[in-house]
Write a protein that binds this ligand. Sequence first.
Ligand code: S3P
Ligand code: PEP
Length: 408
Amino acid sequence: MQYSISKSLKHLDGRVVLPASKSISNRVQIINALSNSFEPIKNLSDCDDSKVMQQILFSNTNTFDVGHAGTSMRFLTAYLAKIVGEWTLTGSDRMKQRPIGVLVDALNSIGAQISYLEKEGYPPLKIFGSNITGKEVELAGDTSSQYITALLLIAPTLESGLKIKLKGKIVSRSYIEMTLNIMKEFGVKSEFRGQEIFVDKQQYQRMPYTVEGDWSGASYWFAFMALASEGKLYLDGLRRHSFQGDAGLLPVFEKLGVKAQFSKRGMFIEKMDTDCKKLRFDFNQMPDLAQTFAVCAALKGIPFHFTGLETLKIKETDRIYALITELGKLGYVLFEPQQGELAWDGERKEAAENIVIETYHDHRMAMAFAPVAMLRADIVIDSPDVVKKSYPNFWEQLKQLDFEIKEV
Ligand SMILES: O=C(O)C1=C[C@@H](OP(=O)(O)O)[C@@H](O)[C@H](O)C1
Ligand SMILES: C=C(OP(=O)(O)O)C(=O)O
């Protein structure tokens, strides 16, 4: 399936109810499972990645398929390692290419029994859940913060708690802090000092929880606004004091011409002028927003140099390759100055005809390219269904804002 997206009037007004954060939803689901809590999770995300977590946690089989959900794969590996039983954990073809060896080694070093069913270092996994007795673990911090979150979530439930020593650069640190903050809300104390995190054995308190709106999903509306002629949108569900590192998008979008003002339950965003000549930004804390900003800056004609993108090659797709290829179709010549970087110095070539943006099973490719519709009437997105991974209502909400979306 493909969608063509267009909008005749280039101003943008209305209200959007943001989806719930999938990162928070999946952490809270694991915490509830670890503490045998049936307290309600309000505003739990209904995206694929959160639904699959729910299905697995409430399933009575022992073979689980997480599909494309990285957090579910990583968090469940640690969770199942300590639940007595014999488990098989697998995922989509892409999931089988996303590394998990660092987490498996860390868990096995503290007494877990996890082995590989196909390729060494990658899903699918065979997990013999048992009592984990180790109290100290060392792992590299430079591949995925999700491994660290997975260990942290089970840490207070282990016999001796856990001391985690991180080696080297720590990527996506904001997500580790999100984990520790959520654990704190559930009554668990921890300490993050330098390269070490300490969690004593403690009990998660059982309590109802309300998940906040998703800042990563909000980024696409900022991009639409940055490319609109004028307008004002109300984004419902965002919290000013958020646990999400992606809330750090505000000052960056201000450079691209979007100003924001908080209200009680969300925020207003408005178009404003910008004289930004070049956008330089380190995405280490907000890796999921690199696509939003690359497309938006290029479409606004603002050259950029992005760093901190080392993890992008092992996400839903190789996002560096995908951005260079798909923005290339629109005539923007992007390049990779070195590993972990992406740049555009303003070079243009003629755009291709009949452009179809491939999405590579990556929800963020579809959503990051949708704002192109503010400038071009001919944008077609392939496999638009991919948005279900984090934002099932995305296309519906665009229709409500007078976008014309046609199946082609
Ligand atoms: O912990 C999380 O919820 C996430 C951590 C990040 O992954 P990495 O730590 O692999 O960069 C992020 O890209 C992903 O979308 C969600
Ligand atoms: C990278 C992402 O998800 P995950 O790693 O959880 O599959 C994402 O949502 O952009």
